[in-house]
Design a protein around this ligand. Structure first.
Ligand code: AOS
Ligand code: ZN
Ligand code: ZN
Length: 388
């Protein structure tokens, strides 16, 4: 059995992965949303489910909220509820994609009144962040066009800057704005923030409190995502990750499920660039569980990130560097792959037990009876918001 050096375990102990509240709601495709018995009926129950993930893994101490899906009357009360369950409230996600007024854009819209409405929504999110104690405002924009000639690409980029600058000005000293990019969908011809370069250009023009959010599912097939990770870290602008995995488009499947090696390569570059367990680089999941149980789906996800982090930290960096410098291509690749192929699961199970956690969090959660309990207690759970 492989052993994991204490220096690596020390890093793993610090790891924190934020969970998205919407992962606990029902979601699906435009064809069908399958309901799961026991689905949360409100944000309080979503947080209770998220707390289960943390309880069995000690990996997920915060929960991201989405406004308006998680709107409540009293955010102080929601915060106390979370803290009572051993977790805190994290990133606030805005939503400018489910309102008729935003059919042709929100922060980029031609009409100043529509832009102001979208700006006001973000200002409301910042007010909520003060009550929840959240640091990050995450902005993902569904804006773009479907047909060449439909929109003035340059004008939209300029208006985007103005709108973001107004939002940025309202941030508190300890707060940040993270701007997520996505190459297509829901618009199919052009998207206003399609890639890391555009996100970087926009946030760089705002200031130090604005960073890029990298969603691993938002790239064209074949994109070298770890290269983007390296570059953003090098530029000091990688603010957060939305982890998930994809086979075809924005699939939002369990992180590490589609391509564990890609996850390994990404985490390796995070560690190489000093971004691991660094407060500036938030690890989050952005996933939906359409056909599998949601809480175990999230447990599996954070364990996948932990396992690939352990493997990435096993790379013998001194030997790798020597091989790189001497031009020994095959040896460098062998060293890298050796770490990737190391099965760390038995050693991690043992380590978990030594910390008073279950060796097998999936089995421990299954044995707890929690899913049967919520299925009996909760009737009429809500959709995550997608397609609602
Ligand atoms: C959308 O494709 C993005 O991945 C966003 O991060 C997403 O909208 C998220 O679910 C919060 O709004
Ligand atoms: Zn995302
Ligand atoms: Zn997405």
């Amino acid at each position: 059995m492989s052993t994991i050096p204490q220096t690596v375990l020390d890093q793993l102990e610090l790891q924190a992965i934020e969970l998205p509240s919407w992962a606990f709601g029902n979601s699906g495709t435009r064809f069908k949303v399958f309901a799961t018995p026991g689905t949360p009926r409100d944000p309080y129950e979503k947080i209770a489910d998220a707390a289960q993930v943390h309880r069995y893994t000690a990996l997920a101490p915060t929960v991201a909220l989405h406004i308006p899906w998680d709107k409540v009357d009293d955010y102080d009360d929601l915060r106390r509820h979370a803290e009572g369950l051993g977790v805190s409230l994290g990133t606030i996600n805005s939503n400018t994609f489910q309102d008729d007024d935003y059919k042709f854009g929100a922060l980029t819209h031609e009409d100043a009144a529509v832009r102001q409405k979208a700006i006001d929504h973000h200002l409301e999110c910042i007010d909520i962040m003060h009550a929840t104690g959240s640091r990050d405002l995450k902005i993902w924009l569904a804006e773009g066009s479907n047909y060449p000639g439909q929109a003035d690409l340059r004008g939209r980029q300029d208006r985007l800057h103005e709108s973001l600058a107004t939002i940025y000005d309202r941030l508190g000293d300890e707060q940040r704005l993270v701007l997520e990019y996505k190459f297509f969908e829901p618009a199919f011809y052009h998207t206003d923030v399609p890639d890391w370069g555009t996100s970087y250009a926009q946030v760089a023009a705002l200031g130090d409190k604005a960073m890029v959010c990298l969603d691993t599912g938002h790239h064209a097939p074949g994109t070298n995502i770890e290269f983007i990770v390296m570059q953003l870290l090098r530029l000091g602008k990688l603010g957060s990750f939305d982890f998930n995995s994809r086979f075809y488009a924005d699939d939002d499947l369990i992180v590490g499920a589609a391509d564990p090696f890609q996850l390994f390569r990404i985490v390796y570059e995070v560690a190489r660039g000093g971004g691991l367990n660094h407060p500036d680089v938030a690890f989050m999941l952005d996933q939906c569980h359409n056909v599998e149980d949601k809480i175990p789906g999230q447990i599996r996800s954070v364990l996948n990130v932990q396992e690939m982090t352990a493997r990435a930290l096993l790379v013998d960096t001194d030997a790798l560097r020597a091989a790189q410098v001497s031009g020994d291509v095959l040896e460098a690749n062998r060293i890298f792959m050796d770490a990737f192929y190391t099965d760390v699961r038995p050693a991690l199970a043992e380590w978990r037990e030594s910390r008073g956690l279950p060796a097998d969090p999936m089995a421990a959660f299954a044995a707890s009876g929690y899913l049967a309990q919520i299925a009996a207690d909760r009737v009429g759970g809500v959709q995550a918001g997608w397609g609602a």
